[in-house]
Write a protein that binds this ligand. Structure first.
Ligand code: GLY
Length: 374
């Protein structure tokens, strides 16, 4: 009879086999979205999602040692790096883009070129910091639009700042982590509501630093709670705790996870927003995968709640596996039923970041169950 670990290990092996089988399908563009009919939309180097497929290749490479996978990873890193000569197209998502590819490549293989490119991205991220409001500016202004985004920060950036913690760690220069901490502190103050729900976009006055309002962003409304945003908060603060040991970050992560679990009925795929109307029904499996990672990070960081978070993460991953996972090596993408944004873009599709965090969560779970270093 299969043990619990055997079951999760088998799932992990199946995901790895699918990534290996898919590796030759993508050469000069990045897999991004799989539509309901199975068609895969590819992204150019400028897309914020370009780190996720390389991130999946790296996890697969760690499992298999297959040199073809490393070759694919390096190929995509080289494509990403073409963006360094197109700075006006880069934004705070340089964290997502270069951490999971180049920084993690360097961490694992010691490849110096990857280190330098991840450092370039960290310098770009540093340059977006506004010391008045202690926030990292999210996006650039759109050409031809009079909407000024110079004071906009978004919850997603809690994952981007990992690149800054990494940069301080490898250079020994604390400036990067000071900026990461300053951004995390103002995010804690201005994004996380007392009930643990989360705002997506907070607008600061870029001259005075005052928080002057918030926007619905990819969620349903300014008063609602976009579930993927809760994932970014829960996982980002858990990671910030891992880098700093600052207990308030761990508490913030747990507060958001508590709210997520309180609002999500057992056995259901997360909705795109917890306060969206019943119809139309937009799911976001990617939010579930990110929160599963956040719970497993908490299990690792918080021994007294380890069993609880492992159990809850397994429940969520079971739901995602039963209701969303496509493990056929012949099809594009893995985690069905994810939504880009409530009011626009694609709904109930497969998103490469859902796939990435699902893979990372299952990998993390197997390591924790085996008591390995995560
Ligand atoms: N960071 C953009 C998103 O979560 O859709």
């Amino acid at each position: 009879m299969k043990t619990n670990i055997d079951r999760w290990q088998e799932l992990l092996n199946n995901i790895t086999a699918k990534v290996e089988a898919q590796a030759d399908k993508y050469t000069d563009k990045f897999p991004d979205i799989v539509e309901a009919d199975g068609n895969c939309l590819l992204a150019n180097a400028s897309n914020w999602t370009t780190g996720f497929w390389p991130g999946m290749l790296l996890i697969a490479y760690k499992k298999t040692g297959n040199p073809k996978i490393l070759d694919r990873l390096r190929n995509f890193e080289a494509i990403q790096n073409t963006m360094f000569s197109n700075l006006k197209e880069l934004h705070h998502d340089v964290g997502f883009m270069w951490f999971l590819s180049s920084a993690e490549d360097y961490n694992y293989t010691g490849f110096e070129v990857a280190r330098d490119n991840a450092m370039n991205a960290a310098l770009i991220l540093m340059s977006r910091f506004n010391p008045k409001g202690n926030f990292i500016r999210a996006w650039n202004n759109d050409e031809g639009s009079n909407v000024d985004k110079s004071g906009w920060a978004i919850i997603d950036c809690m994952l981007n700042i990992e690149l800054l913690y990494w940069a301080s760690k490898i250079t020994g220069d604390p400036r990067f982590k000071h900026v990461a901490n300053a951004h995390a502190d103002s995010t804690l103050e201005n994004f996380i509501r007392s009930d643990g729900t989360v705002k997506h976009v907070v607008c600061y006055n870029p001259e005075t630093g005052d928080a002057v309002g918030n926007l619905e962003g990819q969620g349903y409304s300014t008063e609602s709670s976009w579930t993927r945003g809760m994932g970014w908060a829960a996982y980002g603060f858990a990671k910030a705790y891992g880098y700093t040991g600052n207990a308030k970050y761990l508490e913030a992560s747990q507060k958001v996870i508590d709210a997520f679990l309180r609002l999500l009925p057992d056995g259901e795929i997360p909705p795109c927003d917890f306060f969206q109307p019943d119809e139309p029904c937009y799911y976001d499996s990617s939010a579930g995968a990110i929160v599963a990672c956040a719970m497993l990070e908490n299990a690792r960081r918080c021994p007294e709640k380890k069993e609880y978070y492992i159990l809850e993460a397994q429940k969520l991953l079971n739901t995602l596996t039963d209701k969303c996972a496509d493990l056929s090596p012949d099809t594009h993408g893995i985690l069905r039923l994810a939504t880009q944004a409530y009011h626009k873009a694609r709904k109930n599709v497969t998103l490469v970041y859902g796939d990435y965090y699902y893979y990372e969560a299952v990998d993390k779970l197997v390591k924790i169950l085996k008591e390995e270093e995560v």
